[in-house]
Ligand binder design. Structure first.
Ligand code: IDP
Ligand code: MG
Length: 150
């Protein structure tokens, strides 16, 4: 089953939007595979955002993601990566589709509330970076057959 890594970033947590993000992913039909509420260490922040090192917004991005606790989660389902990216919306909230989290709750790119893996490969990498194997739950729901076709 395809898995993707999702964060409710510090602004989402501070604004009381953990539940709102979870509701939307559950309602979409995705299945939760892991979750932890945590502070992000400087080291984890730098590893997670290594690809952005050297960009003008890099330092403020690291400051942002370490400024308050985050809700880290893994969600799974068919096309989980694409589905979650769509539910979160484009990086810049004013480009995000109406109905997406970033559109509905955001204004600024540096306060865009959530993170979601951008490819299946990164979904696996980020899941492994943030979660130990034993923190991920293998389970089935009674309704899976009515949400997952395969
Ligand atoms: P994504 O979160 O939609 O995958 P990325 O391009 O991977 O977007 O950027 C990672 C994060 O860095 C964004 O979610 C946003 O918080 C921040 N960011 C990206 N571009 C800018 C910018 O131009 N100014 C400030 N922050 C930015
Ligand atoms: Mg990204």
């Amino acid at each position: 089953m395809e898995r993707t890594f999702v964060l409710v970033k510090p602004d989402g947590v501070q604004r009381g939007l953990i539940g709102e993000v979870i509701v939307r992913l559950e309602r979409r039909g995705l299945r939760l595979a892991g979750a932890k509420f945590m502070w992000v260490s400087q080291e984890l922040a730098e590893t997670h955002y290594a690809i952005h090192k050297g960009k003008p917004f890099y330092n403020s991005l690291i400051e942002y993601i370490t400024a308050a606790p985050v809700m880290a989660m893994v969600w799974e389902g068919p096309n989980a990566v694409a589905a979650v990216r769509q539910t979160m919306g484009a990086t810049k909230p004013t480009d995000a589709a109406p109905g997406s989290v970033r559109h509905d709750y955001g204004l600024e790119i540096g306060r865009n509330l959530t993170h979601a893996s951008d490819s299946v490969e990164n979904g696996q990498k980020e899941t492994a970076l943030w979660f130990k194997d034993e923190q991920l739950i293998d389970w089935k729901r009674e309704i899976d057959t009515w949400v997952f076709e395969g």
